[in-house]
Each structure stands twice: as structure tokens, then as C-alpha cells.
Design a protein around this ligand. Sequence first.
Ligand SMILES: [Zn+2]
Length: 325
Amino acid sequence: LETRRYEVLAHVAGGASSDSGIPSEAEYAQIRPFLLEVMPRERLYRRRMLMANDALDRRFQVMPPAVQARLGETLVGKALLLQHDHERLPVGLWYDAKVRPAQAGELGSTVLEASFYMARGSRSDGLIADLDAGVLRYGSLGFAYDKRICSVCQLDYYRCPHSPGEMTEDGEQVQLVWGGDLSRYESHEGSLVSLGCVRGAEMIRQGYREGDRMEGIEKIIARIDALEARHKPAAGDKDSLAADGQAYREHCLAELSRIGKLIGQESEAAALAQAFEGASVARILPVLQGYEKKLNEKFPVSPIGEQLTADEAERVVNYRRPVSL
Ligand SMILES: [Zn+2]
């Protein structure tokens, strides 16, 4: 009954959540192996988060789906921390993580979706309130890895002469692709942070159902189209939303050309860019995501590059500490 009341309240409040974080029967079955005491579902709190994707992150890194999957399978049973602080006790536990195709509105072509739970009580009350209010919302994985491969010279980051994000003379952006030996990858924890390195790594609204989601996205697209029509970007008006939208669209078209070149479909990309002249971002993005997927297939996870000398290897070992995204 209590659950039902929350559901009704949440619905009236705008449908941000329909279950106040109480695990469903199926979710409880996934959590059950971790419990030392049998307790009712209502005493637990669980949420879903997007923790990784294969879009370019804030440090110009790209995580292929195979690495996402490996980090997902090693995350289950690990701690939910605050700000990667190992000195403090965990606030929750990750009980499920899986890679799935990105949905409309999400970056990249695949995402790692992970679920944590915590026990309700005085220690978690404040956290739960902040999570429900959307104040605590960003996520970040702490993990051990093997290497990051430069997209331009294919060498390990610590051996390559480039800086992530810089543009080469050929107009190619230097990006780092997580790669090497998958077995060296292991999630150590997943944290709630003020802002993570992965764009889009944040809480997933629990109340979403597929239908609601699609309807919501269609409304958002219609709203963007209406805004675009109303605010034609005035020349020099860099501050307006419309100008931002214009800049983002140009960015998408530039990305299309850049990735087209990387995957050897330069002329097709050029034709598409021309066809997309004046099209909305919503129409360009699915094609761009398809291109990003092909790019990932072209740079799969496998040892690439030369073997390190003993001297270099020793230097690299020092860098092979867990990182936080
Ligand atoms: Zn390089």
C-alpha cells in the first residue's frame, strides 16, 4: 500500500519516478544473493545509472563496447562509493551491469547501464533524498586497464608523440581508444561524483517505460524543431540557444566527415553532409551514431602496436594504476 501511495504521488508530481526506488520482484531476485539477512523489498533502494559509452569523453578517450562489457561484468558485487573515496565505507553495492544499444537521446552507439542498491536507514536517508531530487546524479567508474591506443599513430598513449584532443596537420583529432588485453581490465568501484569524464554518465530515470520514453523524445524533438523555427540564429548572436544548436549541428556534420574519412567512406560522408544541409540534429544523429559504430569496429580491442622494451614496460607499469573516469 505504501508503495502504491508513492506511485500515485510520483505520478501527480510529474512521473519522475513510479516506484520510489523499491526493487521489483525480478530486481530483488538479483539483489538477493548479496543479502545476509532476508529483508523486505521496501527496506532497499535501487537505481540505474549509465556508467560508460563509446562516445568521445571529456579527455578525448573512446571506450569500445568490449571494454564496456568487461568493466560491467567486473562491476557486479563491487562498491558504490562517493567521489572514488576508498578511505570511506561504501554507500551501496552494484548488483547488475550490462551493455545495451544506445537509445535515442543517448550518446554513442552502445552504453553500459548499471544498477546499485543501498539499505534504507539513517545513514542513507540524506543520500536517497539527494538522489531522488536529482542533485546527486553523475557517475564514474574506477578501474584498472591495459592501454590506451592513439587513433593517429596506433601507439600506446605513453609512447605516442601526440596530445589527446590536438588536431594533426591533416585535420584529424587525436583520440585515445581503450584497448590492449581485456583481462587486465577490472572495475574496482563505481562512484557518485560531481561530474565524470564520460559524457552522459548519470542517473537513468527509473519511471521511464519504453513507450513513455519514445513519446517524450518525440515531444522533445518537436520542441527543438519549434525553437529552431522561432529563433533563426542571428549572425553574431553566439549566446542564443539557437546559435548553440547551429554550432552543434555543424559539429555533427564535421564529425560525420571526419569519421567518414577514418572508416574509408569519405565520398559517402561528403554526400550525406550535403544532403543534411538544413536538417535538424535529430535527423543527423542516427547516421552519425552508425558511423561511430563502424569506427569502433575498425578500432577493435586487440593488442595493437609494437611490444615495449623492458625499460619502457617498467615505466608503463607505473602508470597502470587504477584510473577514475
Ligand atoms: Zn599518437
